[in-house]
Design a protein around this ligand. Structure first.
Ligand code: KIV
Ligand code: ZN
Length: 391
């Protein structure tokens, strides 16, 4: 990239939880909840917040405007279709931000072109006119060819060039239906940057959906291909199977910095708090085994794992719980737990046992664990009280 202010390896994190995320059926958030999430995103170092789709409703307009007015460091972006009315409405909402952005899009694949029933030439003219109009209003304009990954190469290259000439500063390449694969994702961005005139003067972004479970891999591959903006959402919230999860790309770039030497500005210690808040306000619980922020992401039950963790946390964890905002790893007590974990847990609860006593308690613990899925601290305390009475 040729930006004079941004180093070559800096990746812009563009969060669209409040726009694409909120589009998930049933994930609607209230005005105040949106403001709260936007403040948390700003605070944690997200570069761009896509705050909503201002023309969609009075409520969306009011939320984007209020978020823009309250913004601190983040750029505040609004979405607009490729028509002047949408773009004007979007500008009305975002112009109050210290750093406003207009994001305008149109579907460019054959299936999407059929909907407005435009010829390729008519669509190309529309792109030119709408991007130019947006750029007359705002210095920061993002343009997206929706369903880019199913658009014919020649046409995609042609419309990307038109958008750049018309003044777009960021070109986003959406994998709208989660169709691409990592190798293809990297190649597409690489080829656009190499072959489209003017492409080296703008930022390329990647926007991946997760229909085949490859959104994070595709986004990271796009960065390898030269993209320097990742579009993502907290908890991967989004249409159908969701979008690239912000917490996954941030932690992947941190943990595997050795092979992906890219920087973000996000404070990862704030990930868990925002994940929980988004789950609560959207009504979309986080699956237990979700990478980074799932309830089990730092939990261990099997004896071998617990034993290893007690000796050296790196045995079974590639990141520290503190790095994502958790205080500690949790050793879940259950039928797979071993003697070492039981000893350590009982010590935590104030019981120091001699070896023979531990052997006795361990037998009773295993019998209990066979009857109960998860053993809580209260169960262990009751077991110890019983042991002290009878044993
Ligand atoms: O998935 C998509 O194509 C989008 C665009 C509006 C960028 O969300
Ligand atoms: Zn999307």
């Amino acid at each position: 990239m040729s930006s004079p202010t941004r180093p070559e390896n800096r990746v812009i994190i563009f969060d669209t939880t409040l726009r694409d995320g909120e589009q998930s059926p049933g994930a609607t958030m209230t005005h105040d909840e949106k403001l709260e999430i936007a403040a948390m995103l700003d605070e944690m170092g997200v570069d761009v917040i896509e705050a909503g789709f201002p023309i969609a409703s009075e409520g969306d307009f009011a939320a984007v405007k209020a978020i823009a007015e309250r913004s601190r460091d983040s750029t505040i972006c609004g979405l607009a279709r490729a028509n002047l009315k949408d773009i004007d409405r979007c500008w009305e909402a975002v112009r109050h931000a210290g750093k406003p952005r207009i994001h305008t899009f149109i579907g460019t694949s054959p299936l999407h072109r059929a909907i407005p029933n435009l010829t390729m030439d008519e669509m190309a003219d529309r792109i030119h006119d709408t991007v130019s109009h947006a750029r007359d209003l705002c210095d920061d304009v993002q343009w997206s060819p929706m369903d880019a990954t199913r658009t014919e190469w020649d046409y995609l290259a042609r419309v990307v060039e038109i958008a750049i000439r018309a003044g777009a500063t960021t070109i986003n390449i959406p994998d709208t239906v989660g169709y691409t694969a990592p190798v293809e994702s990297a190649d597409l961005i690489r080829r656009l940057i190499a072959e489209v005139p003017g492409a080296r003067d703008v930022v390329f972004a990647t926007h991946c959906h997760n229909d085949l479970g490859m959104a994070t891999a595709n986004a990271l591959a796009a960065v390898e291909g030269g993209a320097r903006q990742i579009e993502c959402t907290i908890n991967g919230l989004g249409e159908r199977a969701g979008n690239t999860a912000l917490e996954e790309v941030v932690m992947a770039l941190k943990v595997r910095h050795d092979i992906m030497p890219y920087e973000t500005r996000v404070d990862s210690t704030k990930l868990m708090a925002i994940s929980r808040r988004v789950a609560s306000v959207s009504g979309f619980p986080v699956q237990f085994n979700k990478a980074i922020v799932g309830k089990n992401a730092f939990a261990h039950e099997s004896g071998i794992h617990q034993d290893g963790m007690l000796k050296n946390a790196e045995t079974f964890e590639i990141m520290r719980p503190e790095d994502v905002g958790l205080t500690e790893t949790s050793l879940v007590m259950g039928k797979h737990s071993g003697r070492a974990a039981l000893r350590s847990k009982l010590k935590e609860l104030g019981y120091s046992l001699a070896d023979n006593q531990l052997a006795d308690v361990f037998v009773r613990f295993k019998a209990l664990a066979d009857r109960k899925k998860e053993i809580y601290d209260e169960d262990l305390i009751a077991l110890m009280q019983d042991e002290e009475r009878t044993g």
